[in-house]
Write a protein that binds this ligand. Sequence first.
Ligand code: SF4
Length: 346
Amino acid sequence: MEQAQVRNDWTLSEVKALFNMPFNDLLFQAASVHRQNFNPNKVQISTLLSIKTGACPEDCKYCPQSGHYKTDLERERLMEVEKVVEQARIAKSKGATRFCMGAAWSDPKDRDMPYIEKMVKEVKELGLETCMTLGMLDNDKAHALRDAGLDYYNHNLDTSPEYYQQIITTRTYQDRLDTLDHVRDAGMKVCSGGIVGMGEEAKDRYGLLMQLANLPKQPESVPINMLVKVKGTPLENVDDLDHFEFIRTIAVARIMMPKSYVRLSAGRTAMNEQMQSMCFFAGANSIFYGDKLLTTDNPEADSDMMLIKKLGMSPESVEDYSDEAYAASLESAIADKETSELFYPA
Ligand code: SF4
């Protein structure tokens, strides 16, 4: 098979044709592209911590953190820097190479920036890659975060431009694209993906992947989330998405964005090991590790390690991640279940 090229000119009919290939042909093509660009037996592991939970002014209809909906989620103020760094240290000892910090904000305010910058510096000093998701960013704040040492910024496009208005009304699709531009201009890496299973049509899944792949530079990291239906949110009763359609979405993302990390993100709790394994085969090569994925259940950290081992895979390292370090982190993950509770948002 000829080497897959990174292309930024995908058309809707091309994406539709990929989605509608016979399942085995699609998976074979995606797995081949994956092998050309990555070690298929390595998985990048990130840990996500909610540093400020709930009461968000935005109205994203899937999100329990939105202040517009009444859910069981407990609100929490911005965490102290020391607590964040402590959790980052634990995450590292358990094999995470990237530490993602998320705050339920529309955008970070000037008064928050000194804390945020300090957090980035101190987490980075532990030898972890740093990622943040704080909402919209203007140019100045993007540069300030870059100067503090932030490696990645997460800002999802969520869905297609056409379906977007059904999901969020408090900010526009263009606002999101502008934030991604500012992140790029500042020289940070982009983490951007979306959520499927929100009641969208197939063409919206095509549209989402087309938007991501056709950005001036494709995101380095592409989280694909399966909606986690949370009681109290407007999408709590939406129909389930067929699991094969989810696997197809992963496979098409892998083909269209051959050099990006495709992350199996929220919604893994509803997937059994076989389904997750098929997602890895289809080209997913990054997962979140930890008991909570922001505010929704995530498979237990140790069961993640068990699955990775069962499949003969191993975590990817930032630099000198030796087999012994992996073995040690695996053992500590298995033996030390109690500390995993520290991953719950404080
Ligand atoms: S997804 Fe983010 S911006 Fe939207 S409501 Fe939730 S925390 Fe706020």
